[in-house]
Design a protein around this ligand. Structure first.
Ligand code: ZN
Length: 236
């Protein structure tokens, strides 16, 4: 305990002389700021999607495939933009905390603006392929899920939705073949834990939606009441 206090006191002292730089602009962070400075935060390209301001119609991606309650992305993803740099830090530079931060920031908006917390029972991240998880050491979607969980005060789990070694291949398969293939990839470890539950499914970036579609199908097959989707970013 005392050792810890000394270390944390030493860290404060270090921060005084060498404050952490903002991940995006390298300016020194103020004590109340974490990872990203307020100026950069205000410039993040938020979609405003949950308030109906979006230019992305996420639900169209899933239309006729799986029923989803809602699809919200926090930020627009543009090449070489701020969002890309954040996602890059989260996925390839070991900066897990970025995921937690984005999850918390968006979770607070979703709680204040649309009371999303009243409509969700459980949060799950899209699982990584086991080989990728071993290589990266963590699942970035779980870190976003954890941040959302903290802000919305809803439990999350990285155990319930699991992924095996198969990959999703969709080329040259008819619809039934595709479902068969996809149902081999994601599994629910304990179906009782999702039965009649309203699930919030979380991923880092919304692209084709194929993986999210497969996860949604697995959850609904285990009798989840509903599935809604949130991603940290989406292409316009
Ligand atoms: Zn900054």
């Amino acid at each position: 305990m005392i050792g810890k206090l000394i270390v944390s006191g030493f860290q404060d002292l270090l921060n005084l002389f060498y404050p952490n730089p903002c991940l995006l602009c390298q300016d020194s962070l103020q004590q109340s700021e974490e990872i990203i400075c307020t100026a950069c935060r205000l410039q993040l390209p938020e979609t405003g999607q949950h308030r109906g301001e979006a230019l992305i119609d996420g639900q169209t991606k899933f239309a006729g495939k799986v029923p989803v309650e809602f699809v919200y992305a926090y930020l627009y993803f543009t090449k070489r933009g701020k969002t890309q740099r954040l996602i890059h830090a989260l996925k390839y530079r070991g900066n897990k905390e970025v995921g937690n931060l984005l999850g918390r920031w968006y979770g607070n908006q979703l709680k204040t603006d649309i009371h999303l917390n009243d409509h969700i029972d459980l949060i799950v991240g899209v699982p990584l392929h086991p080989a990728k998880l071993r290589q990266r050491g963590y699942n970035q979607s779980d870190w976003i899920a954890q941040g959302l969980s903290q802000a919305l005060d809803i439990p999350w789990s990285d155990r319930i939705l699991t992924r095996n070694r198969n990959t999703i291949s969709q080329t040259g398969k008819d619809r039934m073949g595709r479902w068969e293939n996809v149902s081999n990839v994601f599994q629910i470890s304990d179906p009782d834990l999702v039965t009649n539950k309203r699930i919030l499914l979380v991923d880092d970036v919304l692209t084709t939606g194929a993986t999210l579609e497969a996860c949604t199908a697995a959850l609904l097959a285990s009798n989840s009441q509903s599935v809604g989707i949130i991603t940290a970013a989406a292409t316009r």
